[in-house]
Design a protein around this ligand. Structure first.
Ligand code: ADP
Ligand code: MG
Length: 401
């Protein structure tokens, strides 16, 4: 077997979990946050902050960077502590309190158990330990809208009111969210407490993405491995898609991966194009995995019709095929109206293409087209639920002669 070309010198640097020492184009945001948090170094309580920005705008990276800086500035940890919880990973109120408390409680025998306590009990215990420490706790709750979506806002009510029972210590909460709208649904009291200060992270522009990628690339690749137009191309593609630095890094990392696997010794724009396809395909496959059996059946109907040379089909034609498939695989049949709404859903997910067409007096119908990559079509066709369909043989016509 041919030896795999080593294109990336240091893979870790291209991972999205890596925090670089320098965050280009975020100095202003870092300064804004630091200015608000600086009183903590003198044991004064900083305002709570809500950080809002689309995915990949550097929110998590900036907060972790500031966490490291705070630790350096308060070396002995006597005036403040920095605690980070990702609410996408830990998303129950118990999990969040457990996680925060156990970062504060250092004595292993005193740690909060993984399950079994009431929230009130954890809160009390946590307050005791926080008070004992006699300092400011900066608690970062990343992706906080995830937790609120799932569990409601009680946890934030608890956390933001904890200061009322504390004398010597105080906590400040920094909430981070991708969803600018989520605060609209909060109880006004919690909204105003959480959002004492608000900082918006705008999407990166194409030149900013170029700088971010170039800095990472400098440490990740040897000179000359990337063709000159690779970074501008990755940056341009990601700027079109919301200025997401994570997406830009993913593109660069996957492009290099593809080049390595092909045994090529340079990364080119052709690799970037393959990487883009791969990322898109992975995203669609993730969506396909979440479809219900009925939606998959509707999609399968469209696939079969288009394989039978119906490039454009009406809802009625999809429905006829759908009923046939339901019969073969032994599944209940939904109404045509319901199937029409499943078709609209597939359209919204970008898996098929449907447009409304008017046929004059005959009324309006949808014209449906399959624009699904063949990898996805194959994925659907090999789904276990269609096994009887794939093996289906039409009954032989009996003839008289
Ligand atoms: N200004 C920047 N400089 C260098 N890397 C950055 C910068 N902003 C974001 N990144 C990188 O992009 C990726 C996504 O950033 P992240 O902070 O996770 O975004 P968010 O939390 O806003 O979704 C991470 O790998 C991060 O290190
Ligand atoms: Mg983040």
């Amino acid at each position: 077997m041919a030896k795999r070309n080593q294109i990336v010198k240091n893979k870790k640097i291209l991972q999205s979990s890596y925090i670089p020492d320098n965050l280009p184009h975020r100095k202003d945001k870092i300064d804004e946050v630091v200015e608000i948090l600086a009183p903590a170094l003198n044991k004064d309580k900083p305002s709570n902050i809500l950080i809002i920005g689309k995915t990949g705008t550097g929110k998590t990276a900036v907060m972790n960077y500031i966490g490291k800086e705070l630790k350096k500035a308060d070396e002995e940890g006597v005036n403040c502590s920095f605690i980070y919880v990702n609410c996408e990973v830990v998303d129950t109120p118990y999990g969040i309190l457990y996680n925060i408390s156990n970062q504060i409680i250092t004595d292993i025998s005193k740690k909060i158990p993984f399950t079994g306590w009431s929230l009130d009990k954890i809160l009390n215990e946590m307050s005791v330990y926080i008070e004992k420490e006699d300092k400011i706790f900066i608690i970062v709750l990343d992706e906080i809208d995830r937790s609120i979506q799932k569990n409601g806002e009680d946890i934030f009510y608890y956390l933001t009111s904890i200061n009322e029972v504390l004398q010597k210590s105080k906590i400040s909460i920094i909430g981070i969210t991708n969803n600018a709208k989520f605060t609209e649904f909060l109880n006004p009291k919690i909204r105003s407490r959480l959002g004492e200060e608000k900082i918006i992270f705008p999407p990166y522009k194409v030149d900013q993405l170029k700088d971010i990628l170039s800095e990472r690339a400098e440490f990740a690749f040897d000179k000359g491995v990337l063709e000159d137009d690779v970074i501008p191309y990755c940056a341009a593609l990601s700027a079109q898609e919301m200025g997401d630095a994570r997406r830009a890094l993913d593109l660069l990392r996957i492009s290099a991966d593809i080049a390595e696997r092909n045994g090529d010794n340079k990364v080119t724009c052709a690799h970037v194009r393959s990487a883009k396809n791969k990322i898109e395909l992975d995203a669609v496959s993730e969506v396909i995995k979440t479809l219900t059996v009925q939606s998959k059946t509707v999609l399968m109907s469209i696939i079969l019709n288009s394989e039978e040379n119906l490039d454009h089909m009406t809802t009625g034609e999809v429905y006829t095929k759908y009923k046939f498939i339901c019969e073969v695989i032994g599944q209940s049949v939904l109404s045509q109206r319901r199937v029409a709404s499943l078709i609209s859903e597939l359209d919204m997910l970008g898996i098929i293409h449907a447009r409304v067409k008017s046929f004059g007096k005959l009324g309006r119908t949808k014209e449906i087209e399959l624009n699904t990559p063949k990898e996805i079509v194959n994925m659907i066709k090999s789904d276990d639920i269609f096994i009887d369909l794939i093996n289906y043989k039409p009954p032989k016509q009996t003839t008289i002669f």
